[in-house]
Structures are given as structure tokens and as C-alpha cells.
Design a protein around this ligand. Structure first.
Ligand SMILES: Cc1cc2nc3c(=O)[nH]c(=O)nc-3n(C[C@H](O)[C@H](O)[C@H](O)COP(=O)(O)O)c2cc1C
Length: 320
């Protein structure tokens, strides 16, 4: 199994439910991201409501090497879902053992699996039965632990390795923290010291400086970025090229994001879907209130793009 394509100092786009759909992944990939992962796909959904769930695992050739993330708590269903999803030709599969959302954990899936490591292990073993002959790697993405009193990331990661995981990805916050507080990169460092498989470092990476720090501090094999790319899908390109994109270049990227979303989801759904992204494109800018109000009310793509371009231009001139 050759995994160097996805683990040797690569930039991974984190799976982000509701954000990293086919269009967003394409945009990130075109702007420097090396490895993309689907939004989480329900294993039960694949079995009982195949068509709807399969939509989450649509990729373009260009998005290679891409992975599919599944979630669930029933080993047999996880295996069956993987057998269906193989038709999408993923480079790897990932099992979600970090999702903190109530709807997911009450079914025993996501981060709830960190409290049932034996079940988590059975899932990995069951899924591996299908993947091993196909030489498709399996990663497991998990958290620091359930809460501050039950931090078990290192022990859990070692167990997943012994059960057959090929790659580990750690977002070192507890389930109780959800997305608040700070990621504890020390856990990534400790995990890396204790396992013999690649470790992907994730959590609070926002800049070139963060990337350098997480590599040198934890010695992780690759980095995964999530929220840092929402509203800034060009960030990795800027980091790789060592220079900022111009306002025009950014607007071209946003326009392409918009067009791809309309292409994939249709006019009405696509336009509504793009509203949240357009709002993220205005995040962090002073004096953006008017632009945001316009985005919420307009159905006119050009009007929205023009307003964002003016916002970026004003910001650029203020900075000079
Ligand atoms: C809106 C949103 C959706 C997310 N969806 C998923 C998901 O589907 N699967 C998953 O493993 N993690 C999911 N996460 C967690 C991220 O993949 C990542 O681990 C977390 O945001 C920390 O990285 P960051 O600080 O770079 O954002 C989600 C996070 C956010 C904010």
C-alpha cells in the first residue's frame, strides 16, 4: 500500500459537514490543498437511503487523491457501506470517531466511540476485511477524549493502530469542548511518539506560522485544516506561493465556487447554499455589515460578487 501521496507533508482539507461539498473541495484543491475528504457519510444512510447519502461522496477526477469519511456504530453496516462506496474509487477511507453532535453520539457513533474502544476496534477490523485486499488505506479521525476527565487519545490511537488503522488523524479537543477552548497539540506530539503509523495533525491551524509550529512541535506527518479555509479557500495557495492573491484573483475563485455550486445543486438550492459561503467570504472585514445584509437579501450573483469585491478593495486600500 503506497500512502506517500497522502501523508508526506501534505495539506489536508478537513471534512466539514455542510461545507466541504464537491464544489468547495474542488475550489480548495485548485488552490493548493493536496488531499480532500468527503463530508461525513452515514453508513446506515448508504444502506437504507442509498441515493441521498451517495450525494455526499461525489468527486471529480481532479480531486484525487480523495477520501470518503463514514460514520456509524454498527460494524457490519460500516463494512457494507464501504463495499458500496468503493465504486467511488476513493484513495482511502476514514472513520469518524470525533463528531461531537448529539444526533450522532446518541447512536453510539462519532466521538461516542472513544468511550467504547472495543466497539471502535471491531468497526476498524470489520472495515479492514474489505479494504485490505484492495490495498485501500484506512484512517481514523478522533478527538482528545470524551471530556477533561477521560482524555484517552494516545491510548485510543494505539488501540486503533493495533486493530488495523493505517493512518490516525487527531483533533485534540474533547467532545465536551465541542469547538471551544484550544486544541492541545501536546496530545498530537505524544501520539506521534507512541505509534508507528502516520499521524495527521489537526486543530486551530490558521496560518503559515501555525503550520511550521505544529510540524516542528508534534513531528506530525501531514496537517489538516478546516475552519481556516472557510471563507479563505486560497490560503494554502498563498502559503505555497509565498504571496497574497489580488482582489481580482479572489473574486475569480469565489465566482467559480458559486458557479460550481449552481452546477452541482441547481439554481435555487445552489443560490441558497452559496449564501452561507458568501457570508464567510466577508468574515473578519471591518464595515462589512452592509455587504452581509445585501448577501442575505439578494438572489443576484453579480450583485453579491460586486459587493464583496468592493469590500475587499476598500480593505486593500485601507491597508496600504
Ligand atoms: C462546520 C463543521 C463541520 C464539521 N464536520 C465534520 C465532519 O463531517 N467530520 C469530521 O470528522 N469532522 C468534522 N468537523 C471537525 C473538523 O474536521 C476539524 O476536526 C475541526 O474543525 C478542527 O480543525 P480546525 O481548527 O482546522 O477547524 C467539522 C467542524 C466544523 C466546524
Amino acid at each position: 500500500m503506497n500512502i506517500s501521496k497522502i501523508i508526506d507533508h501534505k495539506f489536508w482539507l478537513a471534512p466539514l459537514a455542510g461545507i466541504t461539498d464537491k464544489a468547495f473541495r474542488q475550489i480548495c484543491k485548485e488552490n493548493g490543498v493536496d488531499v480532500v475528504v468527503s463530508e461525513m457519510v452515514s453508513a446506515d444512510g448508504i444502506i437504507y437511503n442509498k441515493l441521498k447519502s451517495l450525494q455526499y461522496a461525489e468527486f471529480t477526477e481532479y480531486q484525487k487523491p480523495y477520501g470518503i469519511q463514514i460514520f456509524g456504530a454498527k460494524p457490519k453496516n460500516m463494512k457494507k457501506a464501504v463495499q458500496v462506496l468503493i465504486e467511488r474509487k476513493p484513495y482511502f477511507f476514514d472513520i469518524n470517531m470525533g463528531c461531537p453532535v448529539k444526533k450522532v453520539v446518541k447512536r453510539g457513533a462519532g466521538s461516542a466511540l472513544m468511550r467504547t474502544p472495543d466497539l471502535a476496534c471491531r468497526i476498524v477490523k470489520e472495515v479492514k476485511k474489505t479494504l485490505v485486499n484492495l490495498e485501500i488505506p484506512l484512517s481514523v479521525k478522533f478527538r482528545a477524549g470524551w471530556d477533561a476527565n477521560s482524555i484517552n487519545a494516545v491510548k485510543f490511537g494505539k488501540k486503533m493502530e493495533s486493530c488495523g488503522a493505517d493512518i490516525l488523524c487527531l483533533h485534540p479537543r474533547t467532545r465536551s469542548q465541542m469547538y471551544s477552548g484550544k486544541s492541545d497539540w501536546n496530545l498530537i506530539k505524544l501520539l506521534k511518539e507512541k505509534v508507528n503509523i502516520p499521524v495527521i495533525g489537526n486543530g486551530d491551524i490558521r496560518s503559515d506560522n501555525d503550520i511550521n509550529r505544529i510540524y516542528s512541535f508534534t513531528k506530525c506527518d501531514s496537517v489538516m485544516m478546516g475552519r481556516g479555509l472557510i471563507g479563505k479557500p486560497w490560503l494554502i495557495k498563498e502559503i505555497k506561493d509565498g504571496r497574497k492573491l489580488s482582489v481580482k484573483q479572489k473574486i475569480t475563485i469565489i465566482r467559480r465556487h458559486y458557479d460550481l455550486t449552481l452546477e452541482n445543486k441547481g439554481m435555487r438550492k445552489g443560490m441558497l447554499e452559496m449564501r452561507k459561503h458568501l457570508l464567510s467570504y466577508t468574515k473578519g472585514f471591518r464595515g462589512a455589515k452592509k455587504t452581509r445584509e445585501l448577501i442575505i437579501h439578494t438572489e443576484d450573483k453579480e450583485e453579491a460578487l460586486k459587493a464583496i469585491e468592493e469590500l475587499y478593495q476598500r480593505d486593500y486600500e485601507n491597508d496600504r
